[in-house]
Design a protein around this ligand. Structure first.
Ligand code: FE2
Ligand code: FE2
Length: 529
């Protein structure tokens, strides 16, 4: 390749942490140690001890998202090497996770409502000065972590971050959260932190060609490159993107909870997940369909399918501001998305409070509360967004579970005249431990775990929201139904799956009320005004 080249539309990058697929909880120094110690090592050691259990479990398709490594026995040695490497390189993180367990044990067994000062000498060394011991108002003791300070401690290990580059030819990617990446193989693994500025220069090459040497330098590659590197680039220009230059508001559904909202002056992207364009499978919008500049990215919550580092890093060069919900601060289950994204190289990250608003050139973005879907944990970093542009209004409800309809009575005045409600209806949801098990410090009985689910609204609850907010149109989204999402969600719907049955019933009920309603899948473009 002698001329300038483009980064391929189907060039994939997987951010990794200790060779595990990275998501926000693997960035925060409060949560990452808990996942390394309480999930990654446990899973790998279980596989080494008895690979047959993992192999047998994964023969059952229903176990696809479960705690099993997707390897055959030949990988036992490689997994053992990764365990050894993790124990060596992530020793400070493992000490942190052990210290949290030890200190939690001390507090729960000995703190009786009297002063916590006598316990400070017992705080394990790695936590000293990074934690305050506190009671809630019911005298339950807990640990308050100084999260910003921990980003400057040994618990924040950027050296564990890396990026795997490869080219994808289909949507079929195995589930990523229970199996690490081992040998590089056909992937090009670069030991770069997510904040590496050169990534922006390379991802901009999807739109603007550069010499191959430019990409090499941007990625810090000094030696010879091989076909894995050259294969990421092409001399073929991407298909032209259709810029929205007309009047009114144009919406483009990119799949799951990712919607592009454009006016002539403002571009907004919700919960970015952009599918790769490899020319096969379901129709889709992809990188070529995004504008050069995204004014606001809106993140609804920290779940992997909504705050998706893989896509965010590839769009960072065109994102002006990211808006995230504010967290509670100091807890183990609710890390700061602002700190996660700041440390992942995003220059402008704005925290929004419940009912907070941001004025845009031709409208406003308002944060409205979001109940449920987090296993009843006290997680505040979740929000819905009301986007008003050019007099049109769109509500992105993400995975809200409308089990308390009175909330929408209270919000109806604020929402006012509503053009569209985007409603998530993944109403089965995983048990709480599926996501939060590694940060739960007390024992979790099956009865508790099964009842505290990560579930969105069913038909009945979705209709309570619809009846109270009276949108002109309802679109069911965020179902994880696109074929390019199974690596994140492990969801494989059939016609009888409850979320499909419930969402179809909601669509019919809305239509019977004269409301335009549809379940979105794959790709959709809508024009307003
Ligand atoms: Fe969620
Ligand atoms: Fe979701």
């Amino acid at each position: 390749m002698k001329s300038d080249v483009y980064l391929r539309q189907n060039a994939m990058v997987e951010p990794l942490f200790n060779q595990w697929y990275a998501w926000p909880y693997l960035v925060s120094p409060v949560t990452a140690p808990m996942y390394v110690g309480n999930l990654h090592l446990r899973l790998m050691e279980s596989f080494i001890a008895n690979p047959q259990i993992h192999i047998a479990a994964l023969k059952n398709p229903e176990m696809a998202g479960g705690p099993f490594l997707s390897f055959d026995e030949s990988k036992v040695g490689s997994v053992a090497q990764l365990v050894e490497k993790t124990r060596r390189q992530s020793a400070p993180l493992l000490q942190f996770a052990d210290a949290v367990r030890e200190l939690t044990g001390i507090l729960t067994s000995r703190a009786d409502g009297a002063s916590l000062l006598p316990f400070y000498p017992d705080v394990p060394e790695v936590l000293r000065g990074y934690v305050e011991l506190v009671y809630d108002v019911n005298h339950h003791p807990s640990i308050r972590f100084l999260e910003p300070l921990l980003y400057r401690s040994l618990a924040y290990d950027e050296a564990a971050q890396s990026l795997d580059f490869s080219v994808v030819e289909g949507d079929d990617r195995p589930f990523v959260f229970s199996t690490p990446r081992l040998e590089e193989g056909h992937r090009l693994r670069l030991p770069l932190p997510y904040r590496a500025e050169g990534l922006d220069r390379v991802f901009r090459m999807r739109e603007r060609p550069q010499p191959l040497g430019f990409a090499k330098e941007a990625l810090g590659i000094s030696g010879a490159v091989d076909a894995r590197f050259e294969g990421l680039f092409t001399d073929r220009a991407p298909r032209p993107s259709s810029v929205h230059a007309g009047p009114g508001v144009r919406l483009r559904y990119f799949g799951h909870a990712c919607v592009l909202i454009e006016t002539r002056d403002t571009t907004i992207l919700t919960d970015p997940i952009v599918a790769y364009d490899h020319g096969h499978g379901a129709e889709r919008f992809s990188f070529a369909d995004l504008p050069d500049r995204i004014d606001y990215v809106l993140i609804t919550h920290a779940h992997q399918d909504h705050c998706m580092l893989e896509t965010l890093l590839q769009l960072r060069h065109k994102i002006r501001h990211i808006v995230v919900p504010r967290n509670n601060g100091g807890g183990l289950a609710d890390p700061s998305l602002k700190l996660v994204l700041k440390n992942a190289g995003f220059a402008s990250v704005t925290e929004i409070d419940e009912l907070g608003a941001i004025e845009t050139a031709d409208g406003a973005i308002t944060s409205l509360p979001f109940f449920g879907e987090h296993g009843d944990l006290n997680i505040r970093s979740k929000t819905t967004y009301l986007v008003r542009l050019l007099g049109k209004s769109f509500l992105f409800c993400a995975d809200s579970n409308a089990f308390e309809p009175r909330l929408y009575d209270h919000l109806a005045d604020i929402v006012g005249d509503l053009d569209v409600a985007f409603v998530g209806m993944e109403c089965d949801g995983a048990p709480m431990s599926w996501l939060y098990g590694p940060v739960v410090t007390a024992s979790l009985a099956r009865r508790m775990d099964q009842s505290r689910r990560l579930d969105a609204s069913n038909r009945e609850r979705g209709m309570e929201l619809v009846k109270r907010l009276r949108p002109r149109a309802v679109y069911v989204y965020a179902m994880g139904s696109e074929p390019w999402l199974t690596y994140l969600t492990s969801i494989h719907y059939s016609e009888s799956s409850r979320p499909i049955v419930e969402s179809r019933a909601l669509v019919r009920e809305c239509q019977a009320m004269g409301i335009c309603a549809e379940s979105l899948f794959g790709k959709k473009e809508l024009q307003f005004g």
